[in-house]
Design a protein around this ligand. Structure first.
Ligand code: AQP
Length: 335
Protein backbone atom coordinates (compact mmCIF):
# COMPACT_ATOMS: atom_id res chain seq x y z
CA UNK A 1 0.00 0.00 0.00
CA UNK A 2 1.21 3.51 -0.77
CA UNK A 3 2.28 5.50 2.24
CA UNK A 4 1.17 8.98 3.28
CA UNK A 5 3.21 11.26 5.53
CA UNK A 6 2.28 14.72 6.77
CA UNK A 7 2.90 16.90 9.79
CA UNK A 8 1.89 20.03 11.62
CA UNK A 9 4.12 22.26 13.71
CA UNK A 10 3.10 22.56 17.37
CA UNK A 11 4.20 26.19 17.25
CA UNK A 12 0.90 27.51 18.55
CA UNK A 13 -2.75 26.52 18.68
CA UNK A 14 -4.03 25.04 15.42
CA UNK A 15 -6.15 27.20 13.16
CA UNK A 16 -9.06 26.75 10.79
CA UNK A 17 -6.42 26.88 8.02
CA UNK A 18 -4.60 23.89 9.50
CA UNK A 19 -7.93 22.10 9.87
CA UNK A 20 -9.25 22.67 6.33
CA UNK A 21 -5.89 22.53 4.53
CA UNK A 22 -4.40 19.62 6.44
CA UNK A 23 -6.26 17.81 9.27
CA UNK A 24 -9.50 17.29 7.38
CA UNK A 25 -7.57 15.86 4.44
CA UNK A 26 -5.54 13.60 6.76
CA UNK A 27 -8.78 12.08 8.03
CA UNK A 28 -10.16 11.64 4.51
CA UNK A 29 -7.01 9.82 3.40
CA UNK A 30 -7.10 7.62 6.49
CA UNK A 31 -10.77 6.80 6.01
CA UNK A 32 -10.34 6.01 2.32
CA UNK A 33 -8.31 3.03 3.54
CA UNK A 34 -6.12 3.12 0.44
CA UNK A 35 -2.96 4.39 2.17
CA UNK A 36 -0.91 3.70 5.24
CA UNK A 37 -1.00 7.07 7.02
CA UNK A 38 1.76 8.51 9.18
CA UNK A 39 0.95 11.83 10.90
CA UNK A 40 3.38 13.78 12.97
CA UNK A 41 3.61 16.73 15.35
CA UNK A 42 6.83 18.19 13.95
CA UNK A 43 8.30 19.57 17.15
CA UNK A 44 11.83 19.73 15.72
CA UNK A 45 10.49 22.04 13.02
CA UNK A 46 8.74 24.15 15.64
CA UNK A 47 12.01 24.96 17.45
CA UNK A 48 13.52 26.54 14.32
CA UNK A 49 12.00 29.65 15.89
CA UNK A 50 12.05 30.18 19.67
CA UNK A 51 9.53 28.12 21.66
CA UNK A 52 9.13 28.34 25.38
CA UNK A 53 9.64 24.72 26.59
CA UNK A 54 6.44 24.54 28.65
CA UNK A 55 4.42 26.03 25.80
CA UNK A 56 5.97 23.58 23.35
CA UNK A 57 4.96 20.59 25.48
CA UNK A 58 1.43 21.92 25.88
CA UNK A 59 1.07 22.81 22.20
CA UNK A 60 2.33 19.37 21.15
CA UNK A 61 -0.33 17.67 23.28
CA UNK A 62 -2.95 20.12 22.02
CA UNK A 63 -2.03 19.38 18.42
CA UNK A 64 -2.23 15.64 19.10
CA UNK A 65 -5.65 16.16 20.68
CA UNK A 66 -6.74 18.18 17.64
CA UNK A 67 -5.67 15.39 15.27
CA UNK A 68 -7.66 12.83 17.21
CA UNK A 69 -10.66 15.11 17.75
CA UNK A 70 -10.77 15.76 14.00
CA UNK A 71 -10.90 12.01 13.37
CA UNK A 72 -7.33 10.71 13.11
CA UNK A 73 -7.53 7.28 14.75
CA UNK A 74 -4.21 6.31 16.37
CA UNK A 75 -5.09 2.64 15.90
CA UNK A 76 -5.40 2.99 12.12
CA UNK A 77 -2.91 5.83 11.49
CA UNK A 78 0.49 6.30 13.09
CA UNK A 79 0.43 9.42 15.27
CA UNK A 80 3.55 10.66 17.09
CA UNK A 81 5.86 13.59 17.69
CA UNK A 82 8.89 13.89 15.44
CA UNK A 83 11.60 14.16 18.10
CA UNK A 84 10.79 10.68 19.43
CA UNK A 85 12.00 9.12 16.18
CA UNK A 86 15.72 9.89 15.73
CA UNK A 87 15.60 8.82 12.07
CA UNK A 88 14.23 12.28 11.16
CA UNK A 89 17.22 14.20 12.50
CA UNK A 90 19.67 11.55 11.33
CA UNK A 91 18.45 11.55 7.73
CA UNK A 92 18.15 15.34 7.79
CA UNK A 93 21.89 15.59 8.38
CA UNK A 94 22.60 13.47 5.33
CA UNK A 95 20.17 15.61 3.31
CA UNK A 96 21.90 18.76 4.58
CA UNK A 97 24.90 17.41 2.71
CA UNK A 98 22.88 16.67 -0.44
CA UNK A 99 20.85 19.91 -0.65
CA UNK A 100 22.55 23.09 -1.92
CA UNK A 101 22.66 26.46 -0.14
CA UNK A 102 21.17 28.10 -3.23
CA UNK A 103 18.10 25.84 -3.14
CA UNK A 104 17.40 26.75 0.46
CA UNK A 105 17.98 30.46 -0.12
CA UNK A 106 15.21 30.51 -2.72
CA UNK A 107 12.51 29.21 -0.36
CA UNK A 108 9.82 31.83 0.15
CA UNK A 109 9.10 30.58 3.70
CA UNK A 110 12.76 31.21 4.60
CA UNK A 111 12.62 34.67 3.07
CA UNK A 112 9.33 35.48 4.85
CA UNK A 113 10.31 34.13 8.25
CA UNK A 114 13.94 35.26 8.33
CA UNK A 115 12.95 38.63 6.90
CA UNK A 116 15.58 41.32 6.63
CA UNK A 117 17.44 40.04 9.64
CA UNK A 118 18.53 36.68 8.19
CA UNK A 119 21.96 36.94 9.87
CA UNK A 120 20.13 36.46 13.12
CA UNK A 121 17.82 33.60 12.04
CA UNK A 122 18.62 30.10 13.27
CA UNK A 123 20.58 27.73 11.07
CA UNK A 124 17.70 25.29 11.61
CA UNK A 125 15.25 27.69 9.99
CA UNK A 126 17.43 27.77 6.88
CA UNK A 127 17.73 23.97 6.79
CA UNK A 128 14.00 23.46 7.54
CA UNK A 129 13.19 21.96 4.11
CA UNK A 130 15.95 19.30 4.42
CA UNK A 131 14.39 18.12 7.68
CA UNK A 132 11.01 18.09 5.96
CA UNK A 133 12.44 15.94 3.16
CA UNK A 134 13.79 13.59 5.83
CA UNK A 135 10.37 13.40 7.54
CA UNK A 136 8.82 12.15 4.34
CA UNK A 137 11.61 10.04 2.89
CA UNK A 138 12.52 8.23 6.14
CA UNK A 139 9.30 6.30 5.47
CA UNK A 140 9.53 6.23 1.67
CA UNK A 141 6.20 8.05 1.73
CA UNK A 142 4.84 8.66 -1.75
CA UNK A 143 1.96 11.03 -0.99
CA UNK A 144 2.00 14.17 1.13
CA UNK A 145 -1.28 16.02 1.79
CA UNK A 146 -0.52 19.70 2.50
CA UNK A 147 -1.85 23.20 1.99
CA UNK A 148 -0.77 25.32 -0.97
CA UNK A 149 1.95 27.09 1.08
CA UNK A 150 4.01 23.88 1.30
CA UNK A 151 4.19 23.29 -2.46
CA UNK A 152 7.67 24.77 -2.84
CA UNK A 153 9.07 22.71 0.05
CA UNK A 154 7.69 19.56 -1.51
CA UNK A 155 9.36 20.36 -4.81
CA UNK A 156 12.59 20.61 -2.84
CA UNK A 157 11.92 17.18 -1.31
CA UNK A 158 11.70 15.81 -4.84
CA UNK A 159 14.94 17.58 -5.78
CA UNK A 160 16.74 16.13 -2.76
CA UNK A 161 15.51 12.60 -3.51
CA UNK A 162 16.53 12.94 -7.16
CA UNK A 163 19.98 14.34 -6.35
CA UNK A 164 20.64 11.64 -3.74
CA UNK A 165 19.59 8.92 -6.20
CA UNK A 166 21.72 10.50 -8.93
CA UNK A 167 24.83 11.18 -6.82
CA UNK A 168 24.93 7.65 -5.42
CA UNK A 169 23.72 5.96 -8.59
CA UNK A 170 20.74 4.33 -6.92
CA UNK A 171 17.00 4.30 -7.35
CA UNK A 172 16.26 4.41 -3.65
CA UNK A 173 14.20 7.41 -2.55
CA UNK A 174 10.77 7.81 -4.19
CA UNK A 175 9.84 11.07 -5.91
CA UNK A 176 6.89 12.11 -3.74
CA UNK A 177 3.59 13.54 -4.94
CA UNK A 178 2.13 16.53 -3.17
CA UNK A 179 -1.62 16.15 -2.60
CA UNK A 180 -2.96 19.71 -2.63
CA UNK A 181 -6.68 19.31 -3.15
CA UNK A 182 -10.05 20.50 -1.95
CA UNK A 183 -11.75 23.87 -1.66
CA UNK A 184 -9.51 25.29 1.07
CA UNK A 185 -5.88 24.67 0.21
CA UNK A 186 -5.13 28.28 1.14
CA UNK A 187 -7.29 29.82 3.85
CA UNK A 188 -6.50 33.52 4.17
CA UNK A 189 -6.20 35.79 7.19
CA UNK A 190 -9.46 37.41 8.35
CA UNK A 191 -7.64 40.75 8.57
CA UNK A 192 -5.82 40.69 5.22
CA UNK A 193 -7.06 38.71 2.22
CA UNK A 194 -3.58 38.54 0.72
CA UNK A 195 -1.93 36.78 3.69
CA UNK A 196 -2.53 33.17 4.69
CA UNK A 197 -4.21 32.43 8.00
CA UNK A 198 -1.38 31.49 10.33
CA UNK A 199 -1.06 30.33 13.91
CA UNK A 200 1.87 32.68 14.47
CA UNK A 201 0.18 35.88 13.19
CA UNK A 202 0.42 38.43 16.02
CA UNK A 203 -3.28 39.27 15.65
CA UNK A 204 -5.60 36.67 17.16
CA UNK A 205 -8.44 38.30 15.18
CA UNK A 206 -6.74 37.16 11.96
CA UNK A 207 -7.56 33.52 12.59
CA UNK A 208 -10.11 31.07 13.96
CA UNK A 209 -8.42 28.78 16.49
CA UNK A 210 -9.67 25.24 17.01
CA UNK A 211 -9.94 26.19 20.68
CA UNK A 212 -12.24 29.22 20.07
CA UNK A 213 -15.75 29.06 21.53
CA UNK A 214 -18.91 29.86 19.57
CA UNK A 215 -19.06 33.52 20.66
CA UNK A 216 -15.43 34.13 19.73
CA UNK A 217 -15.94 32.54 16.31
CA UNK A 218 -19.02 34.67 15.65
CA UNK A 219 -17.19 37.81 16.77
CA UNK A 220 -14.13 37.09 14.61
CA UNK A 221 -16.25 36.57 11.49
CA UNK A 222 -18.33 39.66 12.30
CA UNK A 223 -15.16 41.74 12.49
CA UNK A 224 -13.49 40.03 9.52
CA UNK A 225 -12.31 42.58 7.01
CA UNK A 226 -14.37 42.79 3.79
CA UNK A 227 -15.23 45.34 1.15
CA UNK A 228 -18.66 46.98 1.57
CA UNK A 229 -20.31 45.37 -1.51
CA UNK A 230 -22.81 42.54 -1.06
CA UNK A 231 -22.00 39.10 -2.48
CA UNK A 232 -22.29 39.00 -6.29
CA UNK A 233 -24.37 36.44 -8.19
CA UNK A 234 -21.46 34.25 -9.28
CA UNK A 235 -18.18 33.04 -7.84
CA UNK A 236 -16.23 34.34 -10.85
CA UNK A 237 -17.15 37.91 -9.87
CA UNK A 238 -15.18 37.50 -6.63
CA UNK A 239 -11.93 37.38 -8.57
CA UNK A 240 -10.63 40.77 -7.38
CA UNK A 241 -12.23 40.62 -3.92
CA UNK A 242 -9.84 38.41 -1.93
CA UNK A 243 -11.45 38.94 1.50
CA UNK A 244 -14.94 38.21 0.21
CA UNK A 245 -13.75 35.21 -1.75
CA UNK A 246 -11.95 33.83 1.29
CA UNK A 247 -15.15 33.87 3.35
CA UNK A 248 -17.05 32.12 0.55
CA UNK A 249 -14.28 29.51 0.26
CA UNK A 250 -14.37 28.89 4.00
CA UNK A 251 -18.15 28.54 3.92
CA UNK A 252 -17.95 26.04 1.06
CA UNK A 253 -15.19 24.00 2.69
CA UNK A 254 -16.92 23.86 6.06
CA UNK A 255 -20.32 22.95 4.66
CA UNK A 256 -18.91 20.46 2.14
CA UNK A 257 -20.56 22.28 -0.75
CA UNK A 258 -19.21 23.73 -3.97
CA UNK A 259 -18.58 27.47 -4.20
CA UNK A 260 -21.22 27.60 -6.98
CA UNK A 261 -23.80 26.13 -4.60
CA UNK A 262 -22.87 28.67 -1.95
CA UNK A 263 -23.25 31.53 -4.44
CA UNK A 264 -26.57 30.14 -5.68
CA UNK A 265 -27.86 30.31 -2.12
CA UNK A 266 -26.17 33.48 -0.85
CA UNK A 267 -25.56 35.58 -4.00
CA UNK A 268 -26.87 39.10 -3.37
CA UNK A 269 -26.65 38.74 0.42
CA UNK A 270 -25.07 41.54 2.45
CA UNK A 271 -22.40 40.84 5.09
CA UNK A 272 -24.93 41.30 7.87
CA UNK A 273 -26.63 38.17 6.56
CA UNK A 274 -23.70 36.12 5.29
CA UNK A 275 -21.31 36.49 8.22
CA UNK A 276 -23.71 35.06 10.83
CA UNK A 277 -24.55 32.19 8.45
CA UNK A 278 -20.82 31.53 8.09
CA UNK A 279 -20.33 31.61 11.87
CA UNK A 280 -23.14 29.07 12.22
CA UNK A 281 -21.55 26.53 9.85
CA UNK A 282 -18.16 27.08 11.49
CA UNK A 283 -19.53 26.48 14.98
CA UNK A 284 -21.44 23.42 13.78
CA UNK A 285 -18.22 21.84 12.52
CA UNK A 286 -15.76 23.09 15.10
CA UNK A 287 -17.71 22.86 18.39
CA UNK A 288 -17.64 19.04 18.50
CA UNK A 289 -13.91 19.08 17.71
CA UNK A 290 -13.18 21.67 20.40
CA UNK A 291 -15.25 19.69 22.90
CA UNK A 292 -13.44 16.45 22.13
CA UNK A 293 -10.05 18.22 22.38
CA UNK A 294 -10.93 19.43 25.87
CA UNK A 295 -11.97 15.90 26.88
CA UNK A 296 -8.72 14.39 25.56
CA UNK A 297 -6.53 17.07 27.13
CA UNK A 298 -7.89 16.23 30.57
CA UNK A 299 -5.62 13.16 30.43
CA UNK A 300 -2.20 14.30 29.11
CA UNK A 301 -0.62 11.02 30.25
CA UNK A 302 -2.84 9.12 27.83
CA UNK A 303 -1.87 11.46 24.98
CA UNK A 304 1.83 10.90 25.76
CA UNK A 305 1.24 7.15 25.77
CA UNK A 306 -0.43 7.32 22.34
CA UNK A 307 2.46 9.40 20.97
CA UNK A 308 4.96 6.91 22.41
CA UNK A 309 3.19 3.98 20.75
CA UNK A 310 3.03 5.80 17.44
CA UNK A 311 6.74 6.62 17.67
CA UNK A 312 7.62 2.97 18.27
CA UNK A 313 5.71 1.95 15.14
CA UNK A 314 7.31 4.76 13.15
CA UNK A 315 10.83 3.77 14.28
CA UNK A 316 10.20 0.26 13.02
CA UNK A 317 9.31 1.47 9.52
CA UNK A 318 12.19 3.95 9.34
CA UNK A 319 14.93 1.65 10.69
CA UNK A 320 15.58 -0.48 7.57
CA UNK A 321 15.37 2.62 5.34
CA UNK A 322 17.99 4.38 7.48
CA UNK A 323 20.20 1.28 7.54
CA UNK A 324 20.12 1.09 3.77
CA UNK A 325 20.78 4.85 3.46
CA UNK A 326 23.89 4.55 5.63
CA UNK A 327 25.09 1.65 3.53
CA UNK A 328 24.57 3.60 0.29
CA UNK A 329 26.44 6.62 1.65
CA UNK A 330 29.33 4.53 3.02
CA UNK A 331 28.68 5.09 6.72
CA UNK A 332 29.64 1.97 8.67
CA UNK A 333 26.98 0.47 10.95
CA UNK A 334 28.32 -2.44 12.94
CA UNK A 335 25.71 -4.96 14.11
N1 AQP B 1 -3.96 29.08 5.92
C1 AQP B 1 -3.82 27.81 5.56
N2 AQP B 1 -4.64 27.29 4.61
C2 AQP B 1 -4.51 25.98 4.23
N3 AQP B 1 -3.59 25.15 4.76
C3 AQP B 1 -2.77 25.64 5.71
N4 AQP B 1 -1.78 25.08 6.42
C4 AQP B 1 -1.25 26.00 7.26
N5 AQP B 1 -1.89 27.17 7.12
C5 AQP B 1 -2.84 26.97 6.16
C6 AQP B 1 -1.34 23.70 6.28
O1 AQP B 1 -1.27 23.12 7.56
C7 AQP B 1 -0.20 22.18 7.58
C8 AQP B 1 0.67 22.42 8.76
O2 AQP B 1 1.31 23.65 8.69
P1 AQP B 1 2.46 23.95 9.73
O3 AQP B 1 1.88 24.12 11.05
O4 AQP B 1 3.50 22.91 9.66
O5 AQP B 1 3.16 25.21 9.21
P2 AQP B 1 2.64 26.43 8.45
O6 AQP B 1 2.21 26.06 7.09
O7 AQP B 1 3.71 27.42 8.50
O8 AQP B 1 1.37 26.85 9.31
P3 AQP B 1 1.15 28.14 10.13
O9 AQP B 1 -0.17 28.00 10.76
O10 AQP B 1 1.36 29.34 9.29
O11 AQP B 1 2.23 28.04 11.28
P4 AQP B 1 3.39 29.04 11.60
O12 AQP B 1 2.70 30.35 11.73
O13 AQP B 1 3.99 28.55 12.88
O14 AQP B 1 4.34 29.00 10.45
C9 AQP B 1 0.54 22.32 6.27
O15 AQP B 1 0.12 21.27 5.41
C10 AQP B 1 0.08 23.63 5.75
O16 AQP B 1 0.09 23.68 4.35
Amino acid sequence: TPRVFSGIQPSGGLTLGNYLGALKRFVEMQDAGTHECIYCMVDLHAITVWQNPDDLRRQTREAAAAFMAAGVDPARSILFNQSQVPAHAELAWIFNCVARMGWMGRMTQWKDKAGKNSENASLGLFAYPALMAADILAYHATHVPVGEDQKQHLELTRDIAAKFNHDYGVDFFPITEPVIEGPATRVMSLRDGTKKMSKSDPSDMSRINLSDDADTIAQKFRKARTDPEPLPASYAELKDRPEARNLVDIYAALSGRTTDDVMAEHGGAGWGQFKPALADVAVETLAPITGEMTRLLADPGEIDRILGNGAARAREIAAPILDRTHEIVGLIRSS
